[in-house]
Design a protein around this ligand. Sequence first.
Ligand code: ZN
Length: 347
Amino acid sequence: MYTPPPIARERLPALLAAMPKAELHIHIEGSLEPEMIFALAQRNGLTLPYADVEALRRAYAFSDLQSFLDIYYAGASVLLHEQDFYDMARAYLARAAMDNVAHAEIFFDPQTHTARGVSMETVINGLHRACQDAQAELGISSSLILCFLRHLSEEDAFATLEHAQPFLGRFIGVGLDSSEVGHPPEKFARVFARCRELGLHLVAHAGEEGPPEYIWSALDVLKVERIDHGVQALRDAALVRRLASERIALTVCPLSNLKLCVFPDLAQHNLKRLLDAGLAATVNSDDPAYFGGYINQNFAQVFAAVPELTARDAWQLAHNSFAASFAPEARKRAWQDRLAETFAAHA
Ligand SMILES: [Zn+2]
């Protein structure tokens, strides 16, 4: 097992920014900055219920997950054409490359768009083209994960899957997002079973606001390979043992947890306790335009707020992010080698 070299605490901020990392929990619609929302509204001849960019930004004061989702869906309503989806994803990938993200697995919510009359083809082709261009122009690798909205029915999820089937080569997996409490994973047992038959990777949000039972059913009923968020896992010792022994990754999003009041402040975030419990935690941005920061801000702020987090933890988080990605093993090893080189350069 590789052991990272000792790193002085004052060098940690530069290291966190410079280290290569994978981002595994990013909703592309959540990367839509207020400036782009207004630009797309203007391009598409739409009027927003906010006077200007600043008024929209002021509305980003959330009390829980639902208060955020209401504004998030309003923001996504400006996306109509393939170019809109392209521009959104291209902007995110450029931003991620600046944060030394080597690989991103990007969530998208087709039901948010198809319910407004936008076709699946428009959504997927715009996002896919942005991923291809970013690889060619920026060297950042990325793939797409289609998420079902859990506040809608399983029938609606099945219809979405059917619409997406002609584009199976353009996304690598499915996820489950939106309002968690009251919509347990088992509600989507049949559609996830079908996705598994289709050879898709499976992930689900669980244990963000919802109880540890939702993480159990995501694992046992949906048979997911990663848990998105999962910070409530520490409430259940048996669950912690299960997650640790199977190296099930948790895609933790510290600034999201702060903004949605999952933790009262970042100093009380349980990221360090998750790592110390042997869980394969990673750090991600979730909905960066809404929660106050992209992935490096998440690293910087949680490490500043929780002084017990060390350089060894930074290495572990980045290492986990590659290990938990759905990229080919050879790519994972190459990124992990680059990670070790970055640590050596900061020692
Ligand atoms: Zn999320």
